[in-house]
Design a protein around this ligand. Sequence first.
Ligand code: HEM
Length: 352
Amino acid sequence: ETSRKASFQNPVERKLQEDDGLHEWLRYDYYNESCPLAERIIRSTVEELYGLRPDVAPALLRLVFHDCFVEGCDASVLLDHGDGIQSEKDSLPNESLRGYDVIDIIKLELEEACPGVVSCADIVALAARESVLMAGGPFYPLYTGRRDSIVAYPIIATYELPSPLDDLSKTIESFASRGFDERETVSLLGAHSTGTIHCKFFFHRLYNFSGGDGPDPSIDPEFLQLLRSNCNSIHHSSRPASASPSLSPLPSSEDNNLSTILSQDAGMKMDYEGPRTGFGTLYYRSLLQRKGLLFVDQQLTSGAETETWVRAYSSDLSLFQRDFGLAMIKLSNLKVLTAPKGQVRLNCRKVN
Ligand code: HEM
């Protein structure tokens, strides 16, 4: 047992061990005795829900990023406002975060099978892994044994989650502050191969970019026309109606053009060239064709090192899949809480 732990020991474990020695560690199959079916239940529930609503996959993938980036993978993002909790859900970067209802469904299934055993933080990490598979990405092994926080961090969520308007150096700095190098950062953004980006997040690039007269010059001209027409069409909504119930309402419409657009909930599917046909390569190829949706995406081609990785991933799917899997493992292990810290919430939206 000792040698097994030693050989799997990663920096997170080492850090935890140094802290006090009382900690349990994350390990593979943490629930193998307490809830042997846990991982299978999570997999089958995600698969089933994906069959009904394929947009659960991008929702859950984004959720693990927004959870882990803010004080670690502790399900703090799931806590509702109230009872002394100021929720992270209300912070600006989490405005269109979705999937809370999906986590509730998975949690219910697990509570039925093994009450009070499986943490919400593990559910978030494992559900994201299954979502990556559903979206056509790689499988990656994950440790389990994360515990849930008893607080939320709305200020950190507001100021430390990266913005779609960030330039490359800001993005690199932000990911470096969580231990990711440029290669890992480029691979993680490959998550933008799937899901929907609403016009409001790239609208600023289409007309008076950076206070100038014209559009963002880094956008391919034909693609610009496509984006403009997609975001201007009043009746257009690329999001199927069934996908919206857990979305925060967008700002109410006023008479000016921008608010009309915001209220229309219009957006672009990131896999607009076809679903599941290359989680990864297509995203990077589109960046090379100057067809990135978010400013932050397109910026990856503006630095020598990041551009090298964009090129590499655009042509080598297995390299991308390997790097993406490793980066997701690292993301899913950020600053976890292990026993005796934290708790296993009974309801993911509330502390016990
Ligand atoms: C610089 C870093 C990042 C920024 C600024 C960023 C920003 C955004 C924005 C603005 C959206 C659009 C949301 C909407 O229209 O409702 C989005 C969507 C998404 N992001 Fe990111 N993101 C970043 C990194 C990541 C990472 C690291 C992951 C996962 C590993 C991720 C996964 C996703 C997914 C899957 C979606 C689609 C969500 C959906 O369809 O509901 N993002 N992101």
